[in-house]
Ligand binder design. Structure first.
Ligand SMILES: *Cc1c(COP(=O)(O)O)cnc(C)c1O
Length: 448
Protein backbone atom coordinates (compact mmCIF):
# COMPACT_ATOMS: atom_id res chain seq x y z
CA UNK A 1 0.00 0.00 0.00
CA UNK A 2 2.75 2.49 1.02
CA UNK A 3 4.62 1.46 -2.08
CA UNK A 4 1.54 2.21 -4.19
CA UNK A 5 1.19 5.61 -2.50
CA UNK A 6 4.78 6.46 -3.26
CA UNK A 7 4.34 5.53 -6.89
CA UNK A 8 1.37 7.89 -7.41
CA UNK A 9 2.82 10.88 -9.32
CA UNK A 10 2.98 14.25 -7.57
CA UNK A 11 0.52 16.98 -8.48
CA UNK A 12 3.07 19.33 -10.09
CA UNK A 13 4.44 16.49 -12.21
CA UNK A 14 0.94 15.58 -13.41
CA UNK A 15 0.01 19.21 -14.12
CA UNK A 16 3.13 19.55 -16.29
CA UNK A 17 1.72 17.07 -18.80
CA UNK A 18 1.04 19.02 -22.02
CA UNK A 19 -2.58 17.81 -22.23
CA UNK A 20 -3.32 19.07 -18.74
CA UNK A 21 -1.40 22.29 -19.29
CA UNK A 22 -3.53 22.94 -22.37
CA UNK A 23 -6.70 22.05 -20.44
CA UNK A 24 -5.70 24.55 -17.74
CA UNK A 25 -5.64 27.28 -20.38
CA UNK A 26 -9.25 26.52 -21.38
CA UNK A 27 -10.78 25.36 -18.10
CA UNK A 28 -8.86 27.20 -15.40
CA UNK A 29 -6.48 25.82 -12.78
CA UNK A 30 -8.94 24.77 -10.10
CA UNK A 31 -11.02 22.53 -12.39
CA UNK A 32 -7.90 20.76 -13.67
CA UNK A 33 -6.45 20.42 -10.16
CA UNK A 34 -9.65 18.81 -8.87
CA UNK A 35 -9.58 16.29 -11.71
CA UNK A 36 -5.95 15.49 -10.94
CA UNK A 37 -6.67 15.13 -7.21
CA UNK A 38 -9.56 12.76 -7.95
CA UNK A 39 -7.34 10.65 -10.22
CA UNK A 40 -4.60 10.53 -7.58
CA UNK A 41 -7.13 9.35 -4.99
CA UNK A 42 -8.25 6.58 -7.34
CA UNK A 43 -4.62 5.52 -7.85
CA UNK A 44 -3.94 5.49 -4.09
CA UNK A 45 -7.05 3.37 -3.58
CA UNK A 46 -5.73 0.94 -6.16
CA UNK A 47 -8.62 1.59 -8.58
CA UNK A 48 -6.24 2.61 -11.39
CA UNK A 49 -2.52 2.00 -11.90
CA UNK A 50 -0.34 5.01 -10.91
CA UNK A 51 0.85 5.47 -14.49
CA UNK A 52 -2.75 6.13 -15.58
CA UNK A 53 -3.28 9.18 -13.37
CA UNK A 54 -2.78 11.65 -16.21
CA UNK A 55 -5.10 9.75 -18.57
CA UNK A 56 -7.78 9.44 -15.86
CA UNK A 57 -7.58 13.16 -15.09
CA UNK A 58 -7.83 14.04 -18.80
CA UNK A 59 -10.82 11.72 -19.23
CA UNK A 60 -12.63 13.30 -16.30
CA UNK A 61 -12.24 16.88 -17.54
CA UNK A 62 -15.31 18.75 -18.78
CA UNK A 63 -15.25 20.03 -22.39
CA UNK A 64 -15.72 23.68 -21.44
CA UNK A 65 -15.39 25.92 -18.40
CA UNK A 66 -19.20 26.17 -18.14
CA UNK A 67 -21.29 23.14 -17.31
CA UNK A 68 -23.97 23.62 -20.00
CA UNK A 69 -23.63 20.92 -22.64
CA UNK A 70 -24.92 20.90 -26.19
CA UNK A 71 -27.43 18.07 -26.77
CA UNK A 72 -29.20 16.60 -29.76
CA UNK A 73 -32.91 17.26 -29.35
CA UNK A 74 -34.61 14.12 -30.67
CA UNK A 75 -37.76 14.67 -28.58
CA UNK A 76 -39.87 15.87 -31.50
CA UNK A 77 -40.67 19.02 -29.51
CA UNK A 78 -39.44 21.83 -31.71
CA UNK A 79 -39.18 24.54 -29.05
CA UNK A 80 -38.27 22.58 -25.92
CA UNK A 81 -38.04 24.87 -22.90
CA UNK A 82 -35.92 22.38 -20.91
CA UNK A 83 -33.50 22.14 -23.85
CA UNK A 84 -33.02 25.88 -24.29
CA UNK A 85 -35.93 26.55 -26.69
CA UNK A 86 -34.91 27.71 -30.19
CA UNK A 87 -31.45 26.63 -31.36
CA UNK A 88 -29.69 29.67 -32.82
CA UNK A 89 -28.81 29.87 -36.50
CA UNK A 90 -25.19 29.82 -37.51
CA UNK A 91 -25.46 33.52 -38.37
CA UNK A 92 -26.77 34.24 -34.87
CA UNK A 93 -24.00 32.20 -33.22
CA UNK A 94 -21.39 34.08 -35.22
CA UNK A 95 -22.97 37.40 -34.30
CA UNK A 96 -22.84 36.40 -30.62
CA UNK A 97 -19.15 35.55 -30.94
CA UNK A 98 -18.47 38.87 -32.70
CA UNK A 99 -20.23 40.83 -29.95
CA UNK A 100 -18.60 38.90 -27.13
CA UNK A 101 -15.65 41.24 -26.75
CA UNK A 102 -15.73 45.03 -26.76
CA UNK A 103 -18.22 46.10 -29.44
CA UNK A 104 -20.14 49.16 -30.62
CA UNK A 105 -23.46 48.18 -28.98
CA UNK A 106 -24.00 51.75 -27.73
CA UNK A 107 -21.36 53.67 -29.67
CA UNK A 108 -21.16 55.36 -33.07
CA UNK A 109 -17.79 54.63 -34.61
CA UNK A 110 -18.15 57.45 -37.20
CA UNK A 111 -18.76 60.28 -34.75
CA UNK A 112 -17.13 58.77 -31.69
CA UNK A 113 -20.28 59.57 -29.73
CA UNK A 114 -22.71 57.49 -27.74
CA UNK A 115 -25.41 55.90 -29.93
CA UNK A 116 -28.75 54.22 -29.35
CA UNK A 117 -28.19 50.84 -27.72
CA UNK A 118 -28.97 47.91 -30.03
CA UNK A 119 -30.04 50.16 -32.92
CA UNK A 120 -29.23 47.45 -35.49
CA UNK A 121 -31.50 44.88 -33.84
CA UNK A 122 -34.26 47.43 -33.33
CA UNK A 123 -34.07 48.52 -36.98
CA UNK A 124 -34.26 44.88 -38.11
CA UNK A 125 -37.31 44.33 -35.91
CA UNK A 126 -39.01 47.48 -37.21
CA UNK A 127 -38.34 46.41 -40.80
CA UNK A 128 -39.73 42.94 -40.12
CA UNK A 129 -42.98 44.45 -38.82
CA UNK A 130 -43.68 47.67 -40.77
CA UNK A 131 -47.10 47.95 -39.07
CA UNK A 132 -45.38 48.77 -35.78
CA UNK A 133 -44.77 52.50 -35.26
CA UNK A 134 -42.19 51.65 -32.59
CA UNK A 135 -40.41 48.60 -31.19
CA UNK A 136 -38.57 47.69 -28.02
CA UNK A 137 -36.73 44.60 -26.72
CA UNK A 138 -36.60 43.31 -23.14
CA UNK A 139 -35.40 40.18 -21.38
CA UNK A 140 -38.34 37.92 -22.24
CA UNK A 141 -42.06 38.02 -22.95
CA UNK A 142 -42.86 37.92 -19.23
CA UNK A 143 -40.73 41.06 -18.84
CA UNK A 144 -42.56 42.70 -21.75
CA UNK A 145 -45.90 42.10 -20.01
CA UNK A 146 -44.48 43.23 -16.69
CA UNK A 147 -43.29 46.47 -18.27
CA UNK A 148 -46.72 47.08 -19.82
CA UNK A 149 -48.37 46.55 -16.43
CA UNK A 150 -45.85 48.71 -14.55
CA UNK A 151 -45.82 51.60 -16.99
CA UNK A 152 -49.52 51.68 -17.86
CA UNK A 153 -51.27 50.24 -14.78
CA UNK A 154 -48.67 50.20 -12.00
CA UNK A 155 -50.53 52.88 -10.03
CA UNK A 156 -53.50 50.62 -9.34
CA UNK A 157 -54.91 50.96 -12.82
CA UNK A 158 -57.16 48.15 -13.99
CA UNK A 159 -56.32 45.53 -16.56
CA UNK A 160 -59.39 43.90 -18.09
CA UNK A 161 -58.72 40.24 -18.97
CA UNK A 162 -60.82 37.19 -19.79
CA UNK A 163 -61.05 34.35 -17.26
CA UNK A 164 -60.16 32.03 -20.14
CA UNK A 165 -56.76 33.72 -20.49
CA UNK A 166 -55.48 33.75 -16.91
CA UNK A 167 -52.68 31.38 -17.79
CA UNK A 168 -49.79 29.76 -16.03
CA UNK A 169 -46.72 30.10 -18.26
CA UNK A 170 -44.84 27.17 -16.72
CA UNK A 171 -42.79 26.17 -13.69
CA UNK A 172 -45.48 27.65 -11.42
CA UNK A 173 -45.32 31.18 -12.87
CA UNK A 174 -48.78 32.67 -13.39
CA UNK A 175 -49.58 35.68 -15.50
CA UNK A 176 -52.18 37.11 -13.07
CA UNK A 177 -49.57 37.14 -10.28
CA UNK A 178 -47.10 38.89 -12.53
CA UNK A 179 -49.62 41.63 -13.35
CA UNK A 180 -50.88 42.19 -9.80
CA UNK A 181 -47.27 42.09 -8.58
CA UNK A 182 -46.69 45.13 -10.80
CA UNK A 183 -49.33 47.04 -8.83
CA UNK A 184 -52.16 46.60 -11.33
CA UNK A 185 -55.69 45.50 -10.45
CA UNK A 186 -57.12 42.68 -12.53
CA UNK A 187 -60.72 42.93 -13.73
CA UNK A 188 -61.60 39.41 -14.77
CA UNK A 189 -64.41 39.07 -17.25
CA UNK A 190 -66.37 36.24 -18.85
CA UNK A 191 -65.92 32.58 -18.06
CA UNK A 192 -63.28 29.95 -18.71
CA UNK A 193 -64.81 28.90 -22.01
CA UNK A 194 -66.82 31.90 -23.20
CA UNK A 195 -66.21 35.63 -23.05
CA UNK A 196 -68.07 38.19 -25.19
CA UNK A 197 -67.16 41.70 -26.24
CA UNK A 198 -70.01 42.91 -24.01
CA UNK A 199 -68.31 41.32 -21.00
CA UNK A 200 -65.24 43.42 -21.74
CA UNK A 201 -67.25 46.57 -22.52
CA UNK A 202 -69.15 46.33 -19.22
CA UNK A 203 -65.86 46.19 -17.28
CA UNK A 204 -64.23 49.21 -18.94
CA UNK A 205 -64.33 52.30 -16.70
CA UNK A 206 -62.24 55.42 -16.16
CA UNK A 207 -59.93 53.25 -14.02
CA UNK A 208 -59.13 50.92 -16.92
CA UNK A 209 -55.51 51.11 -18.02
CA UNK A 210 -55.81 48.57 -20.83
CA UNK A 211 -57.59 45.50 -22.09
CA UNK A 212 -55.28 42.49 -22.23
CA UNK A 213 -55.59 39.57 -24.62
CA UNK A 214 -53.29 36.60 -23.92
CA UNK A 215 -52.86 33.81 -26.42
CA UNK A 216 -53.60 30.51 -24.63
CA UNK A 217 -50.40 29.11 -26.05
CA UNK A 218 -49.85 26.02 -23.93
CA UNK A 219 -53.36 24.56 -23.72
CA UNK A 220 -56.54 24.41 -25.74
CA UNK A 221 -60.13 24.77 -24.71
CA UNK A 222 -62.43 23.12 -27.18
CA UNK A 223 -66.18 22.60 -27.43
CA UNK A 224 -68.61 25.32 -26.35
CA UNK A 225 -66.26 28.27 -26.60
CA UNK A 226 -66.24 31.82 -27.86
CA UNK A 227 -64.03 34.86 -27.70
CA UNK A 228 -64.34 38.20 -29.49
CA UNK A 229 -62.19 39.14 -32.48
CA UNK A 230 -59.12 41.21 -31.68
CA UNK A 231 -60.60 44.09 -33.72
CA UNK A 232 -63.68 44.16 -31.47
CA UNK A 233 -61.50 44.46 -28.36
CA UNK A 234 -59.56 47.28 -30.00
CA UNK A 235 -62.73 49.31 -30.31
CA UNK A 236 -63.54 49.67 -26.60
CA UNK A 237 -61.95 53.12 -26.19
CA UNK A 238 -58.95 51.95 -24.13
CA UNK A 239 -55.59 50.56 -25.31
CA UNK A 240 -55.54 46.88 -26.24
CA UNK A 241 -52.40 44.92 -25.33
CA UNK A 242 -52.05 41.56 -27.09
CA UNK A 243 -49.62 38.86 -25.96
CA UNK A 244 -49.24 36.64 -29.03
CA UNK A 245 -46.74 34.39 -27.28
CA UNK A 246 -44.73 32.49 -29.83
CA UNK A 247 -43.22 35.40 -31.76
CA UNK A 248 -44.66 34.79 -35.17
CA UNK A 249 -44.28 38.15 -36.91
CA UNK A 250 -46.57 37.50 -39.87
CA UNK A 251 -49.27 34.88 -40.62
CA UNK A 252 -47.86 31.42 -41.28
CA UNK A 253 -49.76 29.02 -43.57
CA UNK A 254 -48.11 26.09 -41.75
CA UNK A 255 -49.62 27.18 -38.42
CA UNK A 256 -52.82 28.95 -39.45
CA UNK A 257 -54.25 29.20 -35.93
CA UNK A 258 -51.17 30.73 -34.38
CA UNK A 259 -51.65 34.48 -33.79
CA UNK A 260 -49.04 36.85 -35.23
CA UNK A 261 -47.78 40.32 -34.43
CA UNK A 262 -48.67 41.96 -37.76
CA UNK A 263 -52.28 40.78 -37.72
CA UNK A 264 -52.75 41.90 -34.11
CA UNK A 265 -51.47 45.40 -34.97
CA UNK A 266 -53.66 45.53 -38.10
CA UNK A 267 -56.64 44.63 -35.92
CA UNK A 268 -55.96 47.70 -33.80
CA UNK A 269 -53.82 46.46 -30.89
CA UNK A 270 -51.98 49.36 -29.26
CA UNK A 271 -49.17 47.10 -28.05
CA UNK A 272 -48.16 43.54 -28.94
CA UNK A 273 -45.75 41.38 -26.97
CA UNK A 274 -44.00 38.13 -27.97
CA UNK A 275 -41.08 35.84 -27.13
CA UNK A 276 -37.91 35.84 -29.21
CA UNK A 277 -36.91 32.21 -28.59
CA UNK A 278 -40.03 30.34 -29.68
CA UNK A 279 -41.19 30.26 -33.31
CA UNK A 280 -39.12 33.31 -34.26
CA UNK A 281 -36.12 31.04 -33.67
CA UNK A 282 -33.91 33.60 -31.93
CA UNK A 283 -32.41 34.24 -28.51
CA UNK A 284 -34.43 34.57 -25.31
CA UNK A 285 -35.95 38.05 -25.34
CA UNK A 286 -39.28 39.82 -25.17
CA UNK A 287 -40.43 41.79 -28.19
CA UNK A 288 -42.68 44.84 -27.93
CA UNK A 289 -44.40 46.47 -30.91
CA UNK A 290 -46.91 49.29 -31.10
CA UNK A 291 -47.90 52.92 -30.81
CA UNK A 292 -44.93 55.28 -30.54
CA UNK A 293 -46.15 57.13 -27.44
CA UNK A 294 -46.87 53.93 -25.53
CA UNK A 295 -43.57 52.26 -26.49
CA UNK A 296 -41.77 55.44 -25.42
CA UNK A 297 -43.54 55.35 -22.02
CA UNK A 298 -42.36 51.76 -21.56
CA UNK A 299 -38.84 52.60 -22.68
CA UNK A 300 -38.57 55.50 -20.24
CA UNK A 301 -40.03 53.64 -17.25
CA UNK A 302 -37.38 53.23 -14.50
CA UNK A 303 -37.79 49.43 -14.55
CA UNK A 304 -36.92 49.28 -18.26
CA UNK A 305 -33.27 49.41 -17.28
CA UNK A 306 -33.67 46.32 -15.12
CA UNK A 307 -35.30 44.44 -17.97
CA UNK A 308 -32.91 45.40 -20.75
CA UNK A 309 -31.13 42.79 -22.86
CA UNK A 310 -27.41 42.31 -23.19
CA UNK A 311 -25.30 42.81 -26.31
CA UNK A 312 -25.19 39.06 -27.02
CA UNK A 313 -28.98 38.93 -27.23
CA UNK A 314 -29.14 42.00 -29.45
CA UNK A 315 -26.52 40.49 -31.76
CA UNK A 316 -28.33 37.13 -32.00
CA UNK A 317 -31.72 38.79 -32.52
CA UNK A 318 -30.50 40.97 -35.37
CA UNK A 319 -28.79 38.03 -37.09
CA UNK A 320 -31.92 35.89 -36.65
CA UNK A 321 -34.05 38.57 -38.30
CA UNK A 322 -31.64 39.48 -41.11
CA UNK A 323 -29.80 36.20 -41.69
CA UNK A 324 -30.89 32.90 -43.25
CA UNK A 325 -33.97 31.18 -41.79
CA UNK A 326 -33.18 29.86 -38.30
CA UNK A 327 -33.26 26.12 -37.48
CA UNK A 328 -36.79 26.28 -36.02
CA UNK A 329 -38.08 27.44 -39.40
CA UNK A 330 -36.13 24.85 -41.38
CA UNK A 331 -37.32 22.04 -39.08
CA UNK A 332 -40.92 23.20 -39.25
CA UNK A 333 -40.77 23.21 -43.04
CA UNK A 334 -38.97 19.90 -43.67
CA UNK A 335 -41.31 17.65 -45.74
CA UNK A 336 -42.35 14.55 -43.81
CA UNK A 337 -41.23 12.34 -46.75
CA UNK A 338 -37.68 13.55 -46.20
CA UNK A 339 -37.87 12.72 -42.48
CA UNK A 340 -39.27 9.25 -43.28
CA UNK A 341 -36.41 8.56 -45.69
CA UNK A 342 -33.86 9.64 -43.09
CA UNK A 343 -35.51 7.51 -40.38
CA UNK A 344 -35.58 4.46 -42.69
CA UNK A 345 -31.91 4.85 -43.59
CA UNK A 346 -30.89 5.15 -39.93
CA UNK A 347 -33.06 2.20 -38.88
CA UNK A 348 -31.50 0.03 -41.60
CA UNK A 349 -28.04 0.99 -40.46
CA UNK A 350 -28.86 0.17 -36.83
CA UNK A 351 -30.45 -3.16 -37.76
CA UNK A 352 -27.34 -4.12 -39.70
CA UNK A 353 -25.46 -3.54 -36.44
CA UNK A 354 -27.79 -6.03 -34.78
CA UNK A 355 -30.05 -3.53 -33.03
CA UNK A 356 -33.80 -3.79 -32.64
CA UNK A 357 -34.48 -0.62 -34.60
CA UNK A 358 -37.31 0.39 -36.90
CA UNK A 359 -38.59 3.52 -38.58
CA UNK A 360 -41.97 4.76 -37.39
CA UNK A 361 -44.38 7.51 -38.18
CA UNK A 362 -44.42 10.05 -35.40
CA UNK A 363 -46.18 13.21 -34.28
CA UNK A 364 -43.93 16.12 -33.42
CA UNK A 365 -45.11 19.29 -31.68
CA UNK A 366 -44.16 22.95 -31.61
CA UNK A 367 -43.98 22.98 -27.80
CA UNK A 368 -42.60 25.73 -25.57
CA UNK A 369 -45.89 27.59 -25.60
CA UNK A 370 -46.77 27.58 -29.27
CA UNK A 371 -49.45 26.02 -31.44
CA UNK A 372 -51.04 23.87 -28.71
CA UNK A 373 -52.62 20.70 -30.02
CA UNK A 374 -51.01 21.09 -33.43
CA UNK A 375 -49.33 17.84 -34.43
CA UNK A 376 -46.55 18.03 -36.99
CA UNK A 377 -46.29 14.87 -39.08
CA UNK A 378 -42.88 13.35 -38.47
CA UNK A 379 -40.78 10.20 -38.53
CA UNK A 380 -38.76 8.57 -35.77
CA UNK A 381 -36.26 5.80 -35.24
CA UNK A 382 -37.69 3.48 -32.62
CA UNK A 383 -35.38 1.57 -30.26
CA UNK A 384 -35.94 -0.38 -27.04
CA UNK A 385 -36.65 1.96 -24.10
CA UNK A 386 -33.40 0.83 -22.47
CA UNK A 387 -31.56 3.07 -24.96
CA UNK A 388 -32.94 6.28 -23.44
CA UNK A 389 -30.55 6.53 -20.46
CA UNK A 390 -27.28 5.60 -22.25
CA UNK A 391 -28.19 7.99 -25.09
CA UNK A 392 -28.57 10.82 -22.58
CA UNK A 393 -25.15 9.89 -21.17
CA UNK A 394 -23.42 9.61 -24.52
CA UNK A 395 -20.28 11.57 -25.34
CA UNK A 396 -19.41 13.89 -26.91
CA UNK A 397 -23.07 14.80 -27.49
CA UNK A 398 -25.95 13.49 -25.38
CA UNK A 399 -29.08 12.51 -27.33
CA UNK A 400 -32.48 13.19 -25.76
CA UNK A 401 -35.36 11.14 -27.15
CA UNK A 402 -38.79 10.35 -25.77
CA UNK A 403 -40.01 7.08 -24.32
CA UNK A 404 -43.43 5.86 -25.39
CA UNK A 405 -44.90 2.41 -24.86
CA UNK A 406 -41.55 0.86 -23.91
CA UNK A 407 -39.82 2.23 -27.00
CA UNK A 408 -37.29 5.04 -27.17
CA UNK A 409 -38.27 7.27 -30.09
CA UNK A 410 -35.71 9.50 -31.77
CA UNK A 411 -37.86 11.98 -33.67
CA UNK A 412 -36.07 13.44 -36.68
CA UNK A 413 -38.30 16.54 -36.98
CA UNK A 414 -36.07 18.21 -34.39
CA UNK A 415 -32.73 16.73 -35.51
CA UNK A 416 -30.69 18.62 -38.09
CA UNK A 417 -29.17 16.50 -40.90
CA UNK A 418 -25.77 17.73 -39.70
CA UNK A 419 -26.43 16.15 -36.28
CA UNK A 420 -27.27 12.73 -37.69
CA UNK A 421 -23.74 11.29 -37.64
CA UNK A 422 -23.34 12.11 -33.94
CA UNK A 423 -26.79 10.65 -33.26
CA UNK A 424 -25.90 7.44 -35.13
CA UNK A 425 -22.57 7.11 -33.31
CA UNK A 426 -24.36 7.53 -29.96
CA UNK A 427 -26.93 4.84 -30.80
CA UNK A 428 -24.31 2.36 -32.01
CA UNK A 429 -22.18 2.96 -28.90
CA UNK A 430 -25.21 2.56 -26.62
CA UNK A 431 -26.09 -0.66 -28.48
CA UNK A 432 -22.64 -2.10 -27.79
CA UNK A 433 -23.09 -1.44 -24.06
CA UNK A 434 -26.58 -2.85 -23.74
CA UNK A 435 -27.35 -6.55 -23.58
CA UNK A 436 -27.90 -8.06 -27.04
CA UNK A 437 -31.51 -7.65 -28.09
CA UNK A 438 -33.55 -9.75 -30.44
CA UNK A 439 -34.32 -8.30 -33.83
CA UNK A 440 -38.04 -8.14 -34.48
CA UNK A 441 -39.23 -9.51 -37.84
CA UNK A 442 -39.84 -6.33 -39.79
CA UNK A 443 -38.63 -5.34 -43.23
CA UNK A 444 -34.96 -4.52 -43.34
CA UNK A 445 -35.70 -1.20 -45.04
CA UNK A 446 -37.25 -0.11 -41.76
CA UNK A 447 -40.69 0.42 -43.28
CA UNK A 448 -42.42 -1.23 -40.33
C1 LIG B 1 -44.27 31.68 -23.70
C2 LIG B 1 -45.31 32.68 -23.35
C3 LIG B 1 -45.08 33.64 -22.35
C4 LIG B 1 -43.79 33.67 -21.59
O1 LIG B 1 -42.78 34.09 -22.45
P1 LIG B 1 -41.24 34.11 -21.97
O2 LIG B 1 -40.53 34.65 -23.17
O3 LIG B 1 -40.89 32.71 -21.63
O4 LIG B 1 -41.17 35.01 -20.79
C5 LIG B 1 -46.07 34.55 -22.09
N1 LIG B 1 -47.24 34.52 -22.76
C6 LIG B 1 -47.49 33.62 -23.72
C7 LIG B 1 -48.80 33.66 -24.44
C8 LIG B 1 -46.53 32.67 -24.05
O5 LIG B 1 -46.78 31.79 -25.03
Amino acid sequence: MTDLRRRVPRTDAVLADPRLAEAERILGRSTVKSAVAAAQRRARAGEIPPEEVVAAAVAALPATAASLRPVINATGVLVHTNLGRAPLSRAAREAVAAAAGACDVEFDLASGERARRGRGALAALAEAVPEAAAVHVVNNNAAALLLCALALAGDGGEIVVSRGEMVEIGDGFRLPDLLTGAGAVLREVGTTNRTTVDDYAAAVTTRTAFVLRVHPSNFRITGFTSAPETAELAGLGVPLVVDVGSGQLTPDPLLPREPDVTSALRSGAALVTASGDKLLGGPQCGLLFGAADLVERLRRHPTARALRVDKLTLAALEATLRGPAPPVRARLETPVAELSARAAALATRFRRAGLDARAERSQAAVGGGGAPGVELPSAAVSLPAAFAAPLRASRPVPVVGRVRRSRCLLDLRTVAPAEEEDLAAAVLAAGRHLAPVSVSPVAVDGSA
